[in-house]
Design a protein around this ligand. Structure first.
Ligand code: ZN
Length: 322
């Protein structure tokens, strides 16, 4: 069985994107408005296709449905019938300018109001940011009435809660959390495979001469009030220096790890696959996975074929499993 599935990413061009996905990550994609690289995705809005090997050219959604053994599944698994999508989506995001202030629904709200879609729980690992880098995480309204009134009256500076961030920070964004990536921040996002976003405020920007759609009613419906304390969302892991594997977060949808390998100092990094499969994205440096060369910007799935995977070289990776 194939042990590693390499993917050709999907790129999203956005009004807030820039050029760093090409300049820093080496992706061969033109444009001055590159916002998102979807590195591992089975979502119809931005499908990833296998690059090389036995499954060359096939989509992740196709493999998930038709080659379940790669993902440690059998066709009789309870939740794996047709319509159960590949569960996670891995993106690298370059915010040249601020993203809209937004919130996502949970599974139950999305199922009822968004035609059976999944809700969206997501998390961010900060790859790079300015000295005074910030994100919007949460808000300052104390009741739903106050939230509605602050939104209706455009009291954004009072409502929005900004938190400082640094490289190596990890931020969990549960459904119902008001959030936005601010300009200058580059991050890796691990999320449920969902595209449901309720936009609360877009800084009155225009795209092709028109404001982008807002979803005020849904936002007020799904927002958690009052917001959780920032310490509950943001963890500071610092820049990785030690060789090894470190768990960053675990929730019902995913477990996320950071792996560092420095062959020159401490040899190889062996990873036991404690999940049916693992998503792996190289975020810095270069090296090997099971002897195959990989570099910054590469995305792959370590399949159920092996119980242990060996990484060599000098690189930093983010892994996730269900
Ligand atoms: Zn989001």
């Amino acid at each position: 069985m194939t042990d590693i599935l390499f993917f050709k990413p999907f790129f999203s061009h956005t009004i807030w994107g820039g050029t760093r996905l090409r300049e820093d990550f080496g992706y061969d994609e033109p444009g001055e408005d590159l916002g998102e690289c979807w590195g591992i995705s089975g979502h119809p809005s931005g499908m990833c296709y296998v690059k090389g090997g036995e499954y060359d050219g096939r989509s992740l959604a196709d493999l998930w449905q038709n080659e379940p053994r790669l993902f440690g599944r059998t066709r009789t698994d309870g939740d794996t019938g047709k319509g159960s999508p590949f569960p996670l989506l891995i993106k690298i995001i370059d915010a040249k300018s601020d993203l809209s202030i937004q919130v996502h629904p949970d599974d139950e709200y999305a199922r009822v109001h968004e035609n059976g879609s999944l809700g969206k729980t997501e998390c961010w690992y900060i790859l790079d940011c300015p000295e005074d880098g910030k994100l919007v995480v949460g808000h300052n309204a104390s009741s739903r009435e106050e939230l509605a009134s602050m939104i209706e009256n455009g009291r954004w500076s009072e409502l929005i809660r900004e938190v400082p961030v640094k490289r190596g920070d990890f931020i969990q964004i549960d459904p119902g959390t008001m959030h936005a990536i601010k300009g200058g921040v580059m991050l890796l996002e691990t999320q449920q495979s969902s595209d449901i976003t309720y936009r609360v405020y877009d800084y009155d920007r225009l795209q092709n001469g028109k404001p982008r759609q807002l979803h005020i009613r849904q936002s007020i419906d799904v927002m958690t009030v009052p917001a959780a304390a920032p310490e509950e969302s943001v963890q500071h892991f610092g820049v990785a220096t030690e060789c090894g594997l470190q768990q960053l977060y675990r929730c019902g949808y995913y477990t996320v790890y950071r792996g560092v390998v420095k062959e020159s100092e401490s040899g190889v990094l062996r990873i036991r696959r404690e999940h049916p499969f693992l998503n792996l994205s190289v975020i810095d440096g270069s090296g090997t996975v099971e002897g195959k060369p990989v570099k910054k910007g590469d995305h792959m799935i370590l399949t159920a074929a092996k119980d242990e995977y060996t990484l060599g070289g000098d690189m930093e990776v983010i892994l996730s499993g269900i």
